[in-house]
Design a protein around this ligand. Structure first.
Ligand code: XMP
Length: 326
C-alpha cells in the first residue's frame, strides 16, 4: 500500500544501496521538489551529501537569501553557494528560442555542478570518497512531459530531464521520479520540512530565463523581478497563496505598445499574469482572481516598474496553453 512512510523508507533504503560510501551533490533551486529530494537523500546518506545552490541570476527577488536561510535552518545540510550570474547570462546572450534557452541553462547547471564536484574532491584530499552522484528533484510529470514516459510527445525539455547535456559524468539519483507534486509535499511533511518549504508554489529550475519571451538580459530580468515581486506581494496580502497553484509573471520583451503616463506618451512592454489552479501541473485552469486584487497588481506594476505600461491576464487553460510561456 502507498503510504508516505513506506515511500520514505523504501527510497531511503534504495538510495543507501545505490550510493554506498560515495558522495553526492544536490542542486537546490528554491522549489519544493529539490528541497524534498535533498531532505530524502540527506536522511539516507547524511554528511555524504552536499547541496549546491547555483545563483544563476534568473531567480526572483529575495529568493537566494531565502533558500540559503530556510533550507539550511530546517535541515542543517552542507550548502555550497555558487555565484554564476555572468556565466549564465553570457551563455544566454542572443538566444530567444525557448528550447535553446532550456538546453543552455541545463548545460550550464551541469558545468557548475562539475566544478563544485572538483572543488569538493580537492577539499577532501586524497582520502576523500569520490563525488559520483547528482541528486535531482525530477517528478513524474517532468519525465512524461520531457518525452521520457511512454507514449507522450515531448512538450518541453525540463531542465532536470531532457535539458541535460549528453556528456554528463554524474550518476543521477532521482528519488521523486515516480511521484506527483501532492505526493512530494506529503513526503516533505513526513520528513519534517517546515510549511514554508512544503507549501511553496512551484518555480521552474530555469527560473525567470523562461519567463522572458525574447532574449534574456540583465535589464529585462531586473524589470521582471520587480513586477513579479509586486504580484507575489499582493497575492500573499490577499491570502491567495494556497488557493492558486502558482502565478508565473511573464515579460513580453519583444512586444511594445503605446501608453500614456503622467502627461507623456510611453512605448513600453506588457507584463502577463498567469495565475493557474491545478492538481498536478499536467492540466491546469486559469484562476478566477478577484478583480480588486488584479486591479491592485496592475496599478502597482505600471506605476512602479519603469518601461512597463500594460498588464494583461492569461485566461488560457492547460491544454492548450502550458503553464509557463516557454
Ligand atoms: P508547463 O509550463 O510545462 O509547467 O505547463 C508545468 C509545471 O512545471 C514547472 N516547470 C519546470 N520545473 N524545471 C522544473 O523544475 C523545468 O524546466 C520546468 N519547466 C516548467 C512549471 O513551473 C509548472 O509548475
Amino acid at each position: 500500500t502507498w503510504t508516505t512512510t513506506n515511500v520514505v523508507e523504501e527510497s531511503v533504503a534504495a538510495i543507501r544501496e545505490r550510493v554506498g560510501t560515495k558522495r553526492a551533490i544536490c542542486g537546490l533551486s528554491g522549489g519544493v521538489d529539490s528541497a524534498v529530494a535533498a531532505a530524502l537523500v540527506q536522511k539516507a546518506i547524511g554528511d555524504q551529501l552536499t547541496c549546491v545552490y547555483v545563483d544563476h541570476g534568473l531567480m526572483r527577488k529575495g529568493e537566494s537569501e531565502q533558500v540559503e536561510k530556510d533550507f539550511v535552518a530546517a535541515t542543517g545540510v552542507h550548502l555550497k553557494v555558487v555565484e554564476a550570474e555572468e556565466r549564465f547570462l553570457s551563455a544566454l546572450a542572443g538566444v530567444s528560442d525557448p528550447e535553446e534557452k532550456r538546453k543552455i541553462i541545463g548545460r550550464e547547471f551541469i558545468r557548475v555542478f562539475e566544478q563544485a564536484q572538483a572543488e569538493l574532491v580537492a577539499e577532501a584530499g586524497a582520502a576523500g570518497e569520490a563525488v559520483e552522484f547528482l541528486v535531482q528533484g525530477t517528478l513524474y510529470p517532468d519525465v512524461v512531459e520531457s518525452g521520457g514516459g511512454t507514449g507522450t510527445a515531448n512538450i518541453k525539455s525540463h531542465h532536470n530531464v531532457g535539458g541535460l547535456p549528453d556528456d554528463i559524468e554524474f550518476k543521477l539519483v532521482e528519488p521523486l521520479r515516480r511521484l506527483f507534486k501532492d505526493e512530494v509535499r506529503m513526503v516533505g511533511q513526513e520528513l519534517g520540512l517546515p510549511d514554508e518549504i512544503v507549501h511553496r508554489q512551484p518555480f521552474p529550475g530555469p527560473g525567470l530565463g523562461i519567463r522572458i519571451v525574447g532574449e534574456v538580459t540583465k535589464e529585462r530580468l531586473d524589470l521582471l523581478r520587480e513586477a513579479d515581486a509586486i504580484a507575489r506581494e499582493e497575492l500573499t496580502a490577499a491570502g491567495l497563496d494556497r488557493d492558486i497553484w502558482q502565478c508565473p509573471v511573464v515579460l513580453l520583451a519583444g512586444v511594445r505598445s503605446v501608453g500614456v503616463q503622467g502627461d507623456g506618451r510611453t512605448y513600453g512592454h506588457p507584463i502577463v499574469l498567469r495565475p493557474v489552479s491545478s492538481e498536478d501541473a499536467m492540466t491546469a485552469d486559469w484562476s478566477r482572481l478577484p478583480y480588486d486584487v488584479l486591479s491592485r497588481i496592475s496599478t502597482r506594476i505600471t506605476n512602479e516598474v519603469d518601461q512597463i505600461n500594460r498588464v494583461v491576464l492569461d485566461i488560457t487553460s492547460k491544454p492548450p496553453g502550458t503553464i509557463e510561456w516557454e
